[in-house]
Design a binder for this molecule. Sequence first.
Ligand code: CDP
Length: 211
Amino acid sequence: MIIAIDGPAAAGKGTLARRVAEALGYAYLDTGSLYRATAKKVLDQEIDPDDEQGCTVVALNLTPADLTVAGLRSEEVGQAASKVSAIPGVRSALLRFQRDFAANPPDGKTGAVLDGRDIGTVVCPDADIKFFVTASTEVRAERRFKELREAGEDVIYARVLEEMRERDERDTNRAVAPLKPAEDATVIDTSGLDADQVFEQARDIVAAKQA
Ligand code: CDP
């Protein structure tokens, strides 16, 4: 069983994906962490995020240890991730890992939940269940602002909102694997919902599919 959860930044994909995976006993992959880890190494090695070849080499040499380093969730790394993820070589370097994870979930689990931007459209077009989780830009910026503040980052709301718009624009308009709902995805707008309500909606849809 493969469950694909896509959507823009701070829409609540990660929270939902983690809860669905936990409830069903499935493995969970935050595919954004692959792009963030690539971006972090690119920044640390002072490679230009527009250097396609340099970024692709980094993605090809990514190791599991790179996915757990500190600092992946910073706004700077998020912006750089959105840049490197537009490079076709980077995307194809990371594709196999994601598909392997979906087809052979670790620890003998019988299913996998993947969240990202292109899981239902490109990585796992045959996923059993697809969700597209979204929310208004202002609501998402507010959530990201709180998350960054809680992590101790000295950010201002107006800047977070602006960066959210820039990132949405880049993710939606890139040539390869742009952010968009798969035709067969169920769209959940989380603007007025809390995490429990989102989870309940998704759980009902999963239950109906499994029945
Ligand atoms: O947590 P947040 O939604 O802010 O970002 P993320 O899921 O960690 O993804 C960071 C960046 O990686 C996104 O802005 C996308 O540009 C890119 N990404 C992607 O292109 N494809 C994916 N499957 C996942 C992330």
